[in-house]
Design a protein around this ligand. Structure first.
Ligand SMILES: [Zn+2]
Length: 446
């Protein structure tokens, strides 16, 4: 029975449209000159850990565009068997198999992927996304200048299905006047006072809104703890004035943390006023040798307490801090649990998280999928992971008698499609409301 239920739900999920809440590519993959580099996605971290080498020597070799492919393959082939049972490997391969028919990583397959990589244009990307059922992807291009280039029409090959997040991290790590000057293009004159700087930020945000940005995005947990604290404006003005008056000096992070805290909160509020929700990295970080304790969403509680008006999507299942994550989702009406990336970090954790979430909190608060990938192939493969995990979680709940099969299908539709549409405020079009068992539900979107 359990196997049949799983099979039925899994097949059904292939027909459910998807909003990809978080990704990192715009559509045209372009030529791959080093398939051992970014193309491998998160598998890179597992390979690096498996190599056991100090100082990321393995990763450095793989990312070295000048090293001969044969030399890289030799080092790669030694480590590859060690990672073959990880979820990163499994779903990387799911993407490669779908897109290129590759079922095994061999040197000749890598060479073939390089040779055929000129086919990876926007038309190809859009076809793969259509096959995946992805109606829209929210793209974080990460860099402030990269995002400005996109807004200013300097980047070609953007898929129609890409919607953009406004990257924040570079704009609140302020150690010297150089960091403040990033916003100069939006300033009306010299930025002498904090209010001048904030007016420039408003200009940036207004351009982003006009461009069609759908949210703010911040992943500062990679570099700092998520303990954003409140500070009085005069204290921040004092730091600001010092940076402006002594432009050749840089301050330490201890001295500037208050301005980092204050600006982050201020940006979040100014985004909320313009209808932009805030996406926040929590939990596990890409790469190796980081400290996950500073990325625990529990550290955000003072920020959440003081910002009930900011709609927040908390990323990555806060892995490995599930209990704190569920508490926050249950406790704060303005928080959504966004399971992007979590499905391939730890499938069993994600299945358990979704099962518990369904019993603990209203199911409109869960956003089931964001690939958080750098290539089309990985986005496809990571969606396979999410569908596998959601089918497991929901079939187990049906088996347990907690849900009917019809309710399970409705939950899946909301998790993958209707909830993210509502979170981002996408405009209604015909969608899941057309479906028989979902009859009577409201309009859905994109
Ligand atoms: Zn990401």
């Amino acid at each position: 029975m359990a196997k049949e239920l799983y099979a039925e739900l899994r097949a059904y999920l292939d027909t459910v449209p998807v909003i990809n809440t978080h990704d990192h590519h715009i559509g045209s993959g372009g030529k791959v000159t080093n398939p051992f580099g970014l193309y491998l996605g998160y598998l890179h971290s597992d390979l690096d850990v498996a190599s056991g080498l100090e100082d990321r020597a393995f990763a450095r070799l793989m990312n070295n565009g000048d090293a001969p492919i044969g030399q890289k393959w030799e080092a790669f082939a030694k480590v590859l068997p060690k990672v073959k049972h990880t979820a990163y490997y499994r779903y990387f391969m799911a993407g490669l198999t779908h897109c290129w028919g590759v079922t095994e990583l061999t040197e000749s397959n890598f060479r073939m992927l390089m040779e055929r990589s000129s086919e990876r244009d926007t038309v190809w990307h859009d076809r793969i996304m259509a096959e995946a059922g992805i109606r829209a992807s929210v793209v974080d291009i990460s860099g402030y200048e990269d995002f400005r280039n996109i807004m200013n029409g300097k980047v070609q090959g953007i898929s129609d299905n890409a919607k953009f997040a406004v990257p924040l991290p570079e704009l609140h790590l302020i150690l010297s006047i150089v960091s403040l000057q990033k916003l100069s293009p939006y300033a009306k004159g010299p930025m002498r006072e904090l209010d001048d700087f904030m007016a420039a930020f408003d200009g940036y945000l207004d351009q982003a809104v006009q461009f069609g940005a759908v949210c703010l995005k911040d992943q500062s947990a990679y570099r700092r703890a998520l303990d954003y604290e409140m500070h009085s404006k005069p204290d921040i003005e004092r730091i600001f004035t010092r940076l402006i008056q002594y432009p050749r000096e840089a301050l330490s992070y201890v001295e500037t943390k208050p301005i980092d805290d204050w600006l982050f909160s201020e940006y979040a509020r100014r985004g909320a006023k313009r209808g932009l929700p805030l996406q926040l990295h929590t939990g596990h970080m890409a790469g190796t040798r980081n400290d996950v304790r500073k990325a625990n969403a529990a550290l955000l509680i003072p920020f959440l307490e003081t910002h009930p008006d900011v709609k927040v999507g908390l990323f990555h299942g806060n892995w490995p801090y599930m209990d704190e994550y569920l508490f926050i989702g249950k406790n704060y009406p303005n928080v959504w649990l966004d399971l992007c990336w979590c499905h391939i970090i730890d499938p069993d954790y994600t299945v358990e998280l979704m099962k518990r979430a369904l019993k603990i909190l209203p199911y409109n608060k869960v956003l089931a999928f964001g690939a958080d990938a750098f290539t089309t192939e990985l986005t496809y493969g990571y969606l396979v992971a999410a569908r596998d995990n959601v089918a497991r979680a929901l079939s187990e709940l049906v088996e347990e008698g907690w849900l009917s099969l019809n309710d399970a299908k409705t939950v899946a539709e909301d998790w993958f499609f209707n909830n993210p549409n509502e979170f981002f405020g996408f405009k209604p079009e015909a969608g899941m409301a057309d479906r028989d068992h979902a009859a009577g539900k409201g309009e859905t979107a994109v």
